[in-house]
Design a protein around this ligand. Structure first.
Ligand code: GDP
Length: 364
């Protein structure tokens, strides 16, 4: 599975948001249980209206959404990269996630702020500085090792140096590693460095209840920073999300949201944005028993998609039969799409397209 780590300074609303995420899931996931693997890990289903359409057309008994994991990573304080607070554990936890969701406090009010005042840009910089310093230290350590081995003619070490040098230069100037341009042939070497500031980033501007729909001046500053950095951006009010999560009646929920000028919950937007951040695509398997959404990285091949379902499907892959979602929908189902010649047989080199409805043929 894929996961997003929720980070931020103390008292910005991380746990409020995380608890709302997990509560909503517990209430809504009728088809399959929400699971809290550990107290700070929650799995949520990714809303996708296409899956509901497919299930309707195929009269599937069950609908199974694709899932995304959220990890509540507490313990960040200034000085984490030097081991302050829960520094080392905190950084190790971030290293393991695929993307970072940074909650920024944009609400005023009584709650004490660790730095004494509300300033989301200052907070974003504090967090980024810790991640930058940790990356710089890690890169310098790796460079020392690579220099020795490269002298001995080690090709791998030379490649590593070729990505480490520009990365160290960027980090030293205060730029995150995701800004370093890496030639395609060195992309995998770069990924192996496992840098914190190379991970995709989503800013969640946590505003007061009254600003949930329109946002506020602080959130605007975050929006600008996100745009400049190529990061994702979502406005939520964690307090509202907590309230909505407590409502079990769907209609009541919708009315409450509308009274606040909101179309969907902030959580749904956070989940969608987290999913987009990971550059994942969705394919479907549809039948009378179940309609199900699956996730693969963009660019995955048909056998890799088969492998997301079961490793045996990948090992024994023969071909994939696919109908594009738009054809499936326009023609009103699998049989009609097939009659219209819209079912294609694709081989092992086929690159999966978002919305493919698949049947896999394989040897056992
Ligand atoms: P964490 O330390 O980042 O996990 O922060 P918490 O989720 O514990 O929230 C810290 C405090 O801020 C709590 O008292 C929350 O009730 C309050 N808080 C969180 N989100 C909001 C919000 O959207 N609006 C308001 N007014 N208060 C909030």
């Amino acid at each position: 599975g894929f996961n997003c780590g929720i980070v931020g300074l103390p008292n910005v609303g991380k746990s409020t948001l995380f608890n709302a995420l997990t509560e909503t899931q517990a209430a809504e996931a009728a088809n399959y249980p929400f699971c809290t693997i550990e107290p700070n890990i929650g799995r949520v289903s990714v809303p996708d209206p296409r899956l509901d359409e497919l299930a309707k057309l195929a009269k599937s008994a069950k609908t199974i959404h694709t899932q995304l994991e959220f990890v509540d990573i507490a313990g960040l304080v200034a000085g984490a990269s030097k081991g302050e607070g829960l520094g080392n554990q905190f950084l190790a936890n971030i290293r393991e996630v695929d993307a970072i969701v940074q909650v920024l406090r944009c609400f005023g009010g009584e709650t004490t702020h660790v730095a004494g005042s509300v300033d989301p840009i200052r907070d974003a910089e504090t967090v980024e500085t810790e991640l930058l310093l940790a990356d710089l230290e890690s890169c310098e350590r790796q460079r020392d090792a690579a220099v020795k081995r490269a002298r001995g003619g080690d090709k791998e070490a030379k490649d590593r140096l070729a990505v480490l040098e520009p990365t160290i230069a960027a980090l030293s100037e205060g730029a995150p590693a995701r800004r370093v341009s890496v030639p395609p042939e060195l992309k995998s070497v770069f990924q192996q460095l496992q840098l914190l500031t190379a991970k995709p980033l989503l800013y969640v501007a946590n505003v007061e209840e009254e600003a949930a729909a329109a946002g506020n001046a602080e959130a605007e500053r975050v929006r600008e920073r996100a745009a400049a950095e190529g990061a994702g951006f979502v406005i939520v009010s964690a307090a509202i999300e907590a309230e909505v999560a407590g409502l079990s009646d769907a209609e009541e929920k919708q009315e409450f949201l509308e009274s606040l000028g909101l179309e969907t919950t902030g959580l749904a937007r956070v989940i969608r944005a987290g999913f987009a951040l990971l550059d994942l695509i969705t394919f479907f398997t549809v039948g009378p028993k179940e309609a199900r959404a699956w996730t693969v990285p963009r660019g995955a091949s048909a056998p890799e998609a088969a492998g997301a379902i079961h490793t045996d499907f990948q090992r024994g892959f023969i071909r994939a039969e696919t109908i594009a979602y738009t054809d499936f929908l326009a023609l009103g189902g699998e049989a009609a799409a097939k009659d219209a010649g819209k079912m294609r047989a694709e081989g092992k080199d086929y690159v999966v397209q978002d919305g493919d409805v698949f049947h896999f043929r394989f040897n056992v």
